[in-house]
Design a protein around this ligand. Sequence first.
Ligand code: SF4
Length: 363
Amino acid sequence: PGYYRNTVATDAYARQLLDAIATKCIELQGRPIRIMNFCGSHEHTITQFGLRGLLPDNINLVSGPGCPVCVTPISEIYLAMDVCQKYDVILTVYGDMLTIPTPRGSLEQWRAEGANIRLVSDINQALQLARQVKQQVVHFAVGFETTAPSTGAAIMEATDMTNFSIISSHRLTLPAMEYVLSTSSIDAVICPGNVAMVTGSEPFEKIFEKYRLPLIITGFEPIDVIEAVLKVVCQLRENASSLENQYSRVVRNTGNPTAKQILAQVFQAENAPWRGLPTLPESRLVLKNIYEKFNAESKFGLQKSQVVPETEETCCCAEVLRGEKQPKDCPYFDKECTPEKPKGPCMTTTEGACKIRYASYPR
Ligand code: SF4
């Protein structure tokens, strides 16, 4: 963090990169270029630093499904509600999960009505709480490959505990990326450097081999994103495509061996629905059988409910998550839907495209 920020040299370098992007776009005769910035953290950088306004008009940066809270399906939020309703448990959740709207209300509303729901900033706080109380503690674990290793490490540490379990809504990035590329007209992807830091660049090679689009593993400073856009337009200008690692100061080909080892030991992947996306193969991380006693779904006999899919009449988050709509294209944006009164998950969380855009929207 801060690697590039606020230096005169960085400003000059940014101008050079932007000039080079503009030149390449002229050479490309202003052809429309849709680049998906997959991850909510990239959307944050792009919006906070006004990068869209600095790029030529033919470059359209669209956000993707890389917000773990936004893609957590309602049926899994209902599991958390069910365990609160039926059992004397303490449910621990991350702050962003609290306000996600569902037809049964949000967890925040449930908490206000008396459900024993506690906020934690990491799973170790939930584990610590379980050590201090006799009650059952159920942790609602969400996140991509970036947070799943800490959940796995906590499970390995909890071996002797009998009052701790999790509902795992952890999701894997690459099945979603593959789905989006197979269904949308995207010219290139700014790939999440934080995920690649764990997985390494190798899994992205498989996606590249299949779709042959410019894929740029990218860091989270503004300069990182601008460099990634330049790499995309250079590839398109050469009529070429490749997987490039812009974030090589952090991402290695083979990733983080410790994190990968924890993931492999604790979790297995199963087919699962995503909010806004269909059921994706091997996309949800669930506990392996040897850790079954920590699986709240089997421990409490929780059953997933059938949830009526959301439609455009109720929320446009699905289109936003698939990169088919920009938040401002949603008829509810900044009208019926605001952070104070969200209609969909993308307006509730700090990684949600609508909430990020709302904060910088001219009004
Ligand atoms: Fe969903 Fe609200 Fe965003 Fe529209 S503005 S896509 S309803 S979160």
